[in-house]
Design a protein around this ligand. Structure first.
Ligand SMILES: [Zn+2]
Length: 412
């Protein structure tokens, strides 16, 4: 008996999860033997769904269902790689569910007026090399060949890893697609957060992938003996940092869509009986709206100066990293929301993605939409990461509904 699509997905993901380095959870990095094995399993699944499969020279496994001559191509993808000791769903679930949706369409005899390609990208997590998104950047024409010289912890360059995997790094720039031939890109991904669970919906449509900025902060005061330096004479860098951290939290809570985090703190001299002289920390801000994030960064920079001034501290703070937000395409997202609503029989929730995805690079190629699948307990990047079979079945139905509706633009 054939399992329903959700249980089928769970079985397939469990078998793919076995292709991992030994240890807890899944550790499957790009251009490794585990990656090769995952490609072989996915190739079998794609071929069984009637797709014509090849591996491109950026390591993206491509399963193509041909359309009528000259018809454009709709792309659906996500990544095969994991973080170290990660889960069995992040990334690869989006590939497996898309393949199952293609099986649904094939079994019911649906013929689409466009080609469809299912893409399993090699490297989204950026764990092995200090770069990521090679596959989607290659397709979007934004691949920077300079990253080929980057090395992993064993000193193997990305170029050598690609060659070792049987790929030609010098051909990557030739993978860039002609925008005119691309209908759009859909990415299906586990939410990696608790929002859908909280609202009680299996699926959600992503509005935008948040932009990110980071501000390293150094607050410097003066140390002294914890027992002899009177409170009125202190220039305590850690107390200043504490005020700043609370300000980051307050500004983020008061600003819709803004996420503010301080996740590191180095205190010197770091002794129980010494007034802290120096604190090094980092403020990270994320928001789906760049203007909101930029304004918060400016506001927090002046708040930090106020805090430092009031406590006699010197402040060194500047923005070291900035990644703009990637809005999803409104029209394609509305179509996706309509498909989800038809399947779950109520309006589809919308939410921003706080994490980066392949879609952020694919948006440079054309209209992009993202579908989130509810994540049990909101936990991700760990072995406990899980989407339920029922929710995955709902996602497969939504992908199939979405593709059918794309074939009939006037009816949606
Ligand atoms: Zn992912």
């Amino acid at each position: 008996m054939r399992l329903d699509n959700g249980r089928q997905a769970a079985v397939r993901l469990a078998s793919l999860a076995a292709w991992s380095k030994p240890g807890p959870g899944v550790t499957r990095l790009a251009f490794t033997p585990e990656h090769r094995s995952a490609i072989e399993v996915l190739t079998g699944q794609m071929e069984a769904a009637g797709l014509c499969v090849h591996l491109d020279c950026a390591g993206t496994l491509v399963g193509r269902l041909e359309g009528p001559p000259g018809a454009p191509t709709f792309l659906i993808g996500s990544h095969q790689d994991s973080v170290r000791e990660g889960g069995a769903f992040d990334g690869i679930m989006g590939v497996v569910l898309a393949i199952l949706a293609m099986e649904v369409l094939r079994e019911e005899g649906s013929v689409l007026p466009f080609a469809v390609e299912i893409l399993a990208f090699a490297d989204e997590e950026g764990v092995r090399f200090p770069t990521a998104l090679i596959g989607p950047r290659a397709l979007a024409g934004t691949f920077d060949p300079a990253v080929l010289g980057m090395k992993d912890v064993d000193g193997i360059s990305l170029r050598d890893a690609l060659v070792g995997f049987g790929l030609d790094p010098d051909a990557i720039s030739g993978l860039a697609r002609d925008r005119a031939t691309q209908l759009g890109y859909l990415e299906v991904h586990i939410e990696q957060g608790p929002v859908l669970e909280a609202v009680g919906d299996p699926l959600g449509v992503v509005t935008a992938i948040c932009g990110i900025e980071r501000h390293p902060v150094v607050l410097t005061g003066e140390t002294g003996h914890a027992g002899t330096l009177p409170m009125t004479l202190r220039r305590d860098a850690l107390v200043g940092a504490a005020e700043l951290i609370v300000a980051v939290d307050r500004v983020a809570r008061e600003t819709p869509g803004l996420l503010g985090t301080v996740g590191t703190l180095d205190v010197a001299p770091g002794a129980v009986n010494a007034v802290p002289r120096e604190v090094r920390t980092m403020i990270e801000l994320r928001a789906p709206d760049d203007a909101v994030r930029e304004a918060a960064g400016i506001a927090l920079t002046s708040l930090a100066a106020e805090v430092a001034g009031a406590r006699g501290l010197t402040l060194d703070m500047q923005r070291s990293y900035r990644q703009p937000a990637t809005p999803c395409d409104p029209k394609l997202s509305d179509r996706l929301a309509a498909a989800v609503a038809a399947v779950i029989e109520r309006p589809a929730p919308r939410l921003a993605s706080g994490a980066t995805h392949d879609a952020s690079a694919m948006a440079d190629l054309g209209p992009t939409a993202m579908l989130f699948v509810r994540c049990e307990g909101g936990v991700s990047h760990c072995p406990e990461e899980m989407a339920s079979p029922d929710d995955m079945a709902t996602a497969v139905a939504a992908i199939a509904t979405f593709l059918r509706a794309l074939a009939h633009p006037t009816e949606s």
